[in-house]
Design a protein around this ligand. Structure first.
Ligand code: MCN
Length: 781
C-alpha cells in the first residue's frame, strides 16, 4: 500500500510546491526587489593580499556622475559598535585579529574592502569605485597553510605575533606505535569557492522611527538580525531581516558579511535604501572559501585488519580573518575521524592557521568531508598494505551495534552500516567491473577503469545546545515552529528554518498533513522574515529536518492534544475514549461519533462551546532542542574511466546508498543527494582556488574555476536503507550534506584503482588531467 493510500504524507514523492514560481522566473530574489529611491553600493577592494594603506583619495570618485557619497574604512569606523562577529571562539586563548567591515590601515587578502561608493545606479557606483585612489605599500604574503603554521613564518597579522589561531585537541587513547601495521599519509585539500546560483545580495531600507529592514540573500536571517543589532549598536526590536527567495548558499551564506553591515550603516546615514549585489567575480574573493586543510592521518592495525588506533594532525587555513564560524569548521569533523569504524584509540589535533587568503568558513559538509576524505583514502592504503580486500577491511571494522558510543565520545543512536554496503554491492555488480578491468589491463587499453569505495557516517543536525555550549559555540541548537489551524480548514506553519533551495515548504506541508490529516496543498509555510517568525536558528548543518522538522512535529502533537480535549467536550465523552487517526477523532466503540481536526479548528475559532478555561483558537508553538546529533550514513562507489594518455578521468557510474532514517520526501532527498554528490565529485576532479605565492587568486572566474555541469557527470544510481533515528520523533536523519561527504574519496579511490597496476598510489585533488598524467609518468620512473 502506498503512503497516500494509508493517508500518510510522510514518504510521498511530492513535487516541490515552491518550484513553480521559480521555474517561471517569478521568484523574488534580493535584486528583484525594487524600492524607489534606492542607491547602489560598490565596494572598493584591495588588489593586494597584504599591504599597508598609506592614503586614500576619494575626490575623483566623489565628483563622478551619479555619486552620492564615498566612505573609507576610517570614516566609517565609528559606525561599528563591535567588530565583525566570530561566534565560535573554539579555545579560551584563540587569537582573533581586528576585523571591521572595511580595512582601515592594512589589508590582509585580495578582495579586502577598503572603501564604499554610493551612487544612483550600479554602473555609476562601479565606475566611480575605480576612481578611488588607494595608495598601498605592498607587504609579503603567505598563502601556504603548512608553511604559515611554522614558527618564524611571515606573519599575516603582526600584532598577533603568530599565525596560529588556535590548537584544539581531542585524545581518548594513545596511538599504537608498535602495531603490526601503521599507515601514514599527508593530504592537501585545497580551498574551494562556493558558487551559489544567486550571488550574495543586500538591500537595507531605513524605516520611520529609526527602524531598519534588511533583505539579504542569507541562510541565517535570525542570526543576522541579532548580530546586525549588536554590531551596529541597535536595539534588536529595530531590526527586521528578510531572506526572500535565496538561490542557494551551500554554507557560504551561513555567515554575516561586511556588506550587510555596510548597507545598513549607509542606509541609516543617508536616509535612503541602499542595495549591493555581488558580481560573480567579486564572489570569488569576497565570499568565504571552504576547505584548505593539510592533514596527516595515521591508522594502526593488527595483521588481520582490526584497526586499533587513529591519529590525525590537521592544519586548517582560517584565511585572513575569522568570519562567523571559521574556527569551528574543522571541529565539525573532529568526532568522526574514525568514521563508521570502531577504532578504540582516538587522537586528533587541529591547528587553525591564518593565511593571506579569503577567509574560510562553512562549505557543504564543513569539516566532515575533510575527515571522510583522509580516512577513506587511508582505508584503501591500509587494505593494500595488509593485503586484505578493501571492502572486507571496511566490514571488519564497522560499528555494528547501536546505540554506539565512539572513542571520540559521542553516541550514534542508530544505523546499519553492513546493510548499506550490502545494498551497494547488489547494485554495483563488482564482478563484472573487475572482469572488465582485468580485460582492459591484459589488452593494455589506453582507457583503464577502476572502482572506488567510500563508506561514511556523519554527525549533522548541529546540535544539542548543551554540547554546542560545551564546545564554545555562541548560539543554541534548538529550533522553533508554530502550527495554526485556521478556521476555514487550512493550516499555517511558521518555521525558524530558512530554506534556500531545500524544499522546506513542501516537506513541512507533508509533515503537517501527515499528522493532522489534511492535504499538503492546504498548508502554507512562512519563513525567512524575522517579523513573521521571530525565533529560529535557520538552515545549515543539515539541521532543518532533524531539528526544525521535530519542532514542527512537537507543535502538531500539542495541537492534537488540545483538539482532543475540545472534541471530547463537544462529543460529551472522556478524552481517553477518543481514538485519533489521520486527522479524525472517533469515539471508541461508536465510530459514527467523530470530529475532525478541521472541525475542531472551526469550533476553537467560534469558541461557542469550549471546555471551561480553554483558550480560543487552535494553534501551538514548540521549541525543540535535539538530544543528540543526527547520524546519517551510507556506502558509495564510483566507477571511473581514466585515459592513461591524456590523464582525463571520467565517471562511468556512481552508485550511492544512503541511510537518512525516515524519508519525508524521496524526491527531495534524491535531489539533495544528487547535489551533494556533484559537489563531492567536483572536489575530486575539478575545483580548486589557486593562489600564487603573493596571494593573488589566479582563477577567480567561471572560465578558470571549474564548476561541473550535467554534461560531465553520469546519471547517479541511488538507493536507500533506512534505520529509524532513535533520537528523532519520527525517525528522520539529515541528508543535505551526505553526498558531498561521501563522494570525493570514492572518486579518487576509483582513479587509484584504475591506475594501481601502473604503480600509482596517490593523486592530489582535484585530479586534473595534468595531475593524473604526471602521476602515471612518475610511477613509471
Ligand atoms: N529530507 C527528507 N527526509 C529526510 C531528510 C531530509 O525529506 N530524512 C528533506 C528535508 O525535508 C529538506 C531537505 O531534505 O527539505 C534537506 O533537509 P536537511 O538534511 O535537514 O538539510 P537542511 O534543510 O538543513 O539544508 C541544509 C543543507 C546544507 S548544510 C547545505 S550546505 C546545502 C543543502 O542543504 N545547501 C543547499 N542542500 C542545498 N540545496 C540547495 N538547493 N541549495 C543549497 O544551498
Amino acid at each position: 500500500m502506498s503512503a497516500t493510500e494509508t493517508g500518510r504524507q510522510i514518504g510521498v514523492a511530492l513535487k516541490r510546491k515552491e518550484d513553480d514560481p521559480l521555474l517561471r522566473g517569478r521568484g523574488s530574489f534580493v535584486d528583484n526587489i525594487v524600492i524607489p529611491g534606492t542607491l547602489t553600493m560598490a565596494v572598493v577592494r584591495s588588489p593586494y593580499a597584504h599591504a599597508r594603506i598609506t592614503s586614500i583619495d576619494t575626490a575623483a570618485a566623489k565628483a563622478a556622475d551619479g555619486v552620492v557619497a564615498v566612505f573609507t574604512g576610517a570614516e566609517l569606523r565609528d559606525d561599528w559598535a563591535a567588530a565583525m562577529p566570530c561566534a565560535w571562539p573554539v579555545t579560551e586563548d584563540m587569537k582573533s585579529p581586528e576585523h571591521f567591515p572595511l580595512a582601515v590601515s592594512e589589508v590582509h587578502y585580495q578582495g579586502d574592502g577598503v572603501a564604499v561608493v554610493i551612487a544612483d545606479s550600479r554602473a555609476h557606483a562601479v565606475d566611480a569605485a575605480e576612481l578611488v585612489d588607494v595608495d598601498y605599500e605592498p607587504l609579503d604574503a603567505i598563502v601556504d597553510v603548512a608553511a604559515a603554521a611554522e614558527d618564524g613564518s611571515m606573519l599575516v597579522h603582526d600584532d598577533l605575533g603568530t599565525n596560529v589561531c588556535y590548537v584544539w585537541k581531542l585524545a581518548t587513547g594513545s596511538f599504537d606505535e608498535g602495531a603490526d601495521v601503521v599507515v601514514k599519509h599527508t593530504y592537501y585539500q585545497p580551498p574551494l569557492i562556493p558558487n551559489a546560483i544567486e550571488p550574495r545580495g543586500v538591500l537595507a531600507r531605513p524605516e520611520p522611527g529609526g527602524d531598519i529592514t534588511l533583505w539579504s540573500a542569507t541562510q541565517i536571517p535570525h542570526i543576522l538580525r541579532v548580530l546586525t543589532a549588536a554590531c551596529l549598536g541597535l536595539s534588536e526590536t529595530k531590526v527586521r531581516v528578510i531572506a526572500p527567495d535565496v538561490g542557494g548558499g551551500f554554507g557560504s551564506k551561513l555567515d554575516v558579511y561586511a556588506e550587510e553591515f555596510l548597507a545598513v550603516a549607509l542606509a541609516r546615514r543617508l536616509g535612503t535604501p541602499v542595495k549591493w549585489v555581488e558580481e560573480r567575480s567579486e564572489n570569488a574573493t569576497a565570499t568565504i572559501h571552504g576547505r584548505d586543510f593539510v592533514t596527516t592521518l595515521e591508522l594502526a592495525a593488527t595483521k588481520d585488519g582490526k584497526i586499533t588506533a587513529i591519529r590525525a594532525d590537521v592544519k586548517a587555513a582560517m584565511g585572513a580573518y575569522l568570519q562567523l564560524v571559521t574556527p569551528g569548521i574543522p571541529l565539525l569533523g573532529a568526532w568522526i575521524y574514525a568514521g563508521p569504524y570502531a577504532i578504540p584509540n582516538y587522537d586528533v589535533t587541529f591547528t587553525g592557521v591564518f593565511t593571506n587568503t579569503t577567509p574560510t568558513d562553512a562549505y557543504r559538509g564543513a569539516g566532515r568531508p575533510e575527515a571522510t576524505y583522509v580516512l577513506e583514502r587511508t582505508m584503501d592504503m591500509l587494505a593494500k598494505e595488509l593485503g586484505i580486500d578493501r571492502v572486507e577491511l571496511r566490514r571488519r571494522n564497522f560499528i555494528s551495534e547501536f546505540p554506539a558510543t565512539m572513542a571520540s565520545g559521542l553516541t550514534i543512536d542508530s544505523g546499519d552500516y553492513h546493510a548499506s554496503l550490502d545494498r551497494l554491492l547488489e547494485h554495483l555488480a563488482l564482478d563484472e567491473i573487475e572482469t572488465e578491468q582485468r580485460a582492459r589491463r591484459e589488452r593494455g587499453d589506453v582507457k583503464q577503469i577502476g572502482v572506488g569505495f567510500s563508506t561514511y557516517n556523519e554527525m549533522c543536525g548541529l546540535a544539542p545546545s548543551r554540547i554546542l555550549g560545551a564546545i564554545r559555540y555562541a548560539a543554541g541548537g534548538w529550533e522553533q515552529a508554530t502550527v495554526r489551524c485556521l478556521p476555514t480548514g487550512t493550516f499555517q506553519v511558521v518555521t525558524g528554518t530558512s530554506p534556500h533551495g531545500q524544499g522546506h515548504e513542501t516537506a513541512w506541508s507533508q509533515i503537517v498533513a501527515d499528522q493532522l490529516g489534511c492535504d499538503p496543498a492546504e498548508v502554507e509555510v512562512l519563513h525567512g522574515d524575522t517579523s513573521v517568525s521571530p525565533y529560529g536558528m535557520d538552515t545549515y548543518g543539515s539541521r532543518s529536518l532533524p531539528v526544525g522538522g521535530a519542532a514542527l512535529w512537537s507543535a502538531g502533537e500539542k495541537i492534537i492534544e488540545k483538539a482532543r480535549e475540545l472534541v471530547a467536550h463537544q462529543l460529551e465523552v472522556s478524552a481517553d475514549d477518543l481514538e485519533y487517526e489521520n486527522g479524525t477523532f472517533s469515539v471508541k466503540g461508536s465510530p459514527d461519533k467523530e470530529m475532525t481536526i478541521k472541525g475542531a479548528a472551526w469550533a476553537a475559532w467560534t469558541s461557542h462551546n469550549l471546555p471551561d478555561g480553554m483558550e480560543p483558537g487552535l494553534e501551538a508553538t514548540a521549541t525543540y532542542d535535539p538530544p543528540n546529533f543526527s547520524w546519517p550514513a551510507g556506502a558509495h562507489a564510483a566507477v571511473v574511466e581514466v585515459d592513461t594518455e591524456t590523464g582525463d578521468a571520467r565517471l562511468i557510474r556512481y552508485v550511492a546508498i544512503d541511510d537518512v532514517g525516515t524519508v519525508v520526501n524521496p524526491l527531495i532527498v534524491d535531489g539533495q543527494v544528487h547535489g551533494g554528490i556533484t559537489q563531492g565529485i567536483s572536489t575530486a576532479l575539478y575545483e580548486e582556488a589557486i593562489y600564487d605565492s603573493d596571494g593573488n587568486l589566479l582563477n577567480g572566474t567561471l572560465t578558470s574555476y571549474l564548476v561541473p555541469s550535467a554534461a560531465e557527470l553520469p546519471s547517479y544510481e541511488l538507493d536507500r536503507t533506512e534505520s529509524f533515528a532513535a533520537d528523532h520523533p519520527f525517525g528522520a536523519k539529515g541528508v543535505g550534506e551526505t553526498g558531498t561527504i561521501a563522494a570525493a574519496p570514492a572518486v579518487i579511490n576509483g582513479i587509484i584503482d584504475a591506475l594501481s597496476h601502473l604503480g600509482v598510489t596517490d593523486i592530489q585533488i582535484p585530479a586534473t588531467p595534468e595531475r593524473v598524467w604526471r602521476a602515471i609518468e612518475e610511477a613509471k620512473q
